[in-house]
Design a protein around this ligand. Structure first.
Ligand code: AMP
Ligand code: GLY
Length: 428
């Protein structure tokens, strides 16, 4: 089978790495890909938002399966365009990608289907939004202000008091900090508790649930400082019991998929549930319409099962049964970033040590490249999150040790990484 992977981050490198292991996998094409996908796939210089070009390429190459990595092309209708031309595609249509591209749509779906969520309301002008902030405050609740539309993971502002919430409303609606994405806002009750990402493959009826992961969004150790796309992740998550996964299936994933069908937007692809455990019970913080990054760099190495037949059956509506894939091992991914990220950072630094990793670590660690590109034979930094190092092990500690051993073997100027990925587990 010939596969086209759309995107060019660490997630797409991990997808290519995993799909390449399938006995059914022929050539993999990656648009646009990165220095990592180049090692196992053929990079095609088509940006992930060039829908027409991607469709033309898939038709011309007779691609058997398109796997879409990022949310933006899904929200722009890439999957619809492929389906219209009869190209099998893993990823939701535009009206179903709304589960991520509109926070209001997602919260209303949850409300209609009884999916555990914080209290919320949505607004299209600032004054009533600020009034709701005060209603929540009078009930003793703090709030999170969210731009309704896609804002590259930066559109949720977690606030501590009414003044901060007012400033967040103004940033979205008056200063237009997120452009049109902030024309509408959702204001919701701020919850507290550990976060958890549960990713499930779905054909719109059945769900194949992958091992849970825990992401580390803030830039600083101990989860301090501004949020990033994610600085590290591990899978499975020791606190997550089988019973909890079944609760998530019953009370969150299945009602969401049924609710999408009822809304006239049948959902296929990955359903990513970003959850918070409050008093042990899972609440939905957000749904995403794609694989998580860096969660994918931990979840895929944690499973033995062949991913390709699963993506194909999710794409063509034949998953057949709902089940949970057990982890075969532990995986912990540490993201190495350019100092300054998520703000301004320098690029173009040579990355050293990559060529020695597989020899030094055997199968104990894998490097997934993200913001990295080739300049002749040398791999250079080209983005904020430069790469992810995934350590593997029979238990959490072994995966942790292997990840940081491999991190210590890689150097580039101005490297920044969190030294505490998995601290919740290590802290006991
Ligand atoms: P989102 O873009 O909706 O995933 O939000 C980004 C981050 O903001 C989440 O990973 C949480 O850490 C935080 N967050 C979002 N919504 C809430 C909420 N209702 N309560 C507490 N934290 C939240
Ligand atoms: N790691 C968070 C996300 O992919 O949205």
């Amino acid at each position: 089978m010939e596969i086209l992977i759309v995107g060019g981050g660490g997630r797409e490198h991990a997808l290519a790495w995993k799909l390449k292991q399938s006995p059914d996998c022929g050539a993999i094409w990656c648009a646009p890909g990165n220095a990592g996908t180049e090692e196992i796939a053929v990079n095609v210089p088509i940006p992930s938002d060039s829908i027409d070009e991607l469709v033309e390429f898939a038709k011309a190459r007779k691609i058997d399966l398109v796997v879409v990595g990022p949310e933006a092309p899904l929200a722009a209708g890439l999957a619809d365009a492929m389906r219209k031309e009869g190209v099998p595609v893993f990823g939701p249509n535009q009206n179903a990608a709304c589960i991520e591209s509109s926070k209001k749509f997602a919260r209303e779906l949850m409300e209609r289907n009884g999916i555990p969520s914080p209290k919320f309301q949505s607004f299209t002008s600032p004054e009533p939004a600020k009034a709701y902030v005060r209603t929540l405050a009078a009930e003793g609740r703090r709030c999170v202000v969210k731009a309704d539309g896609l804002a590259a993971g930066k559109g949720a502002i977690v606030t501590n008091d009414v003044e901060e919430a007012d400033a967040a409303v103004e940033a979205c609606m008056i200063k237009k900090s997120f452009g049109g994405a902030g024309d509408a806002v959702v204001i919701e009750e701020r919850l507290h508790g550990p976060e958890l990402s549960i990713l499930a493959l779905t054909d719109g009826k059945h769900l194949v649930i992958l091992p849970p992961a825990q992401d580390h969004k803030p830039i600083g150790e101990g989860d301090t400082g501004p949020n990033t796309g994610g600085m590290g992740a591990y899978s499975p998550v020791p606190i997550v019991t089988d019973e909890l996964i079944q609760t998530v299936r019953r009370s969150i994933l299945e009602p969401a998929v049924r609710g999408m069908e009822a809304a006239g937007a049948p959902y296929s692809g990955v359903l990513y549930a970003g959850l918070m455990l409050c008093g042990g019970a899972p609440y939905v913080i957000e749904f995403n319409c794609r694989f998580g990054d860096p969660e994918t760099q931990a979840v895929l190495p944690a499973i033995d099962e062949d991913l390709l037949p699963l993506l194909l059956s999710a794409a063509n509506g034949s998953l057949g049964e709902t089940r949970v894939i057990p982890p075969a091992q532990n995986a912990l991914c540490v993201v190495m970033a350019s100092a300054g990220y998520p703000g301004a950072y320098e690029k173009g630094k040579p990355i050293l040590g990559l060529d020695k990793i597989s020899e030094a670590m055997d199968d104990r660690a894998i490097v997934f490249l993200a913001g990295a590109k080739k300049d002749g034979d040398q791999i250079m930094t080209s983005g904020g999150r430069v790469l992810g190092v995934t350590g593997l092990g029979e238990d959490f500690d072994e995966a942790y040790e292997n990840a940081y051993e491999a991190v210590n073997r890689i150097q580039f100027a101005n490297t920044y990484y969190r030294k505490d990925i998995g601290y919740r587990v290590r802290g006991g």
